[in-house]
Ligand binder design. Sequence first.
Ligand SMILES: N[C@@H](CCC(=O)N[C@@H](CS)C(=O)NCC(=O)O)C(=O)O
Length: 165
Amino acid sequence: MNANGKIPLLALPDGRYLSESNAILGYLAADSDFAGRDRYTRAEILQWLFFEQYSHEPNIATSRFIVQYLGSPPDRQTALEEKRFAGYKALDVMEGELDSKEFFVDDKYSLADIALYAYTHVASDGGFDLKEYPGIRAWLERVEGTPAYVPMRAKQDDVAYPGAP
Ligand SMILES: N[C@@H](CCC(=O)N[C@@H](CS)C(=O)NCC(=O)O)C(=O)O
């Protein structure tokens, strides 16, 4: 289903599959406001999605994996320190942006926010402290206040999807 053997994986009703989280987001949000309505906005959203994949996820998400799932073993401490340094650098970039903005692109909630929210809101699981990041903390709350926000840890039965039967 995914030649790269990783999750997430989206199974389409017609039997096709799609991997890579941000490709999946792009597919699900295509032709909606979340994906941007004009050429520059769409490119700016892509800019943040690539930032998420290159500067954020490899440091913040993988630190969480090492701490939460591997139990922070001694042979991963050097990797963890490097990831901590680079992860805080990514958080600094986000904080700088959110200093003057409500959301990352055009001050409107978009795929950029959705992709970056995912591992930022659980960054503390990987040892990141958001105390010095008031802009990020306020932004996390704004994302959580958007219509149809569903917490990652919500039980399926507790979730009311708007428009669902
Ligand atoms: N760039 C990919 C990363 C996918 C990824 O690393 N997934 C992890 C779990 S979050 C995985 O499947 N790891 C298992 C493995 O690497 O064997 C994305 O954003 O979807």
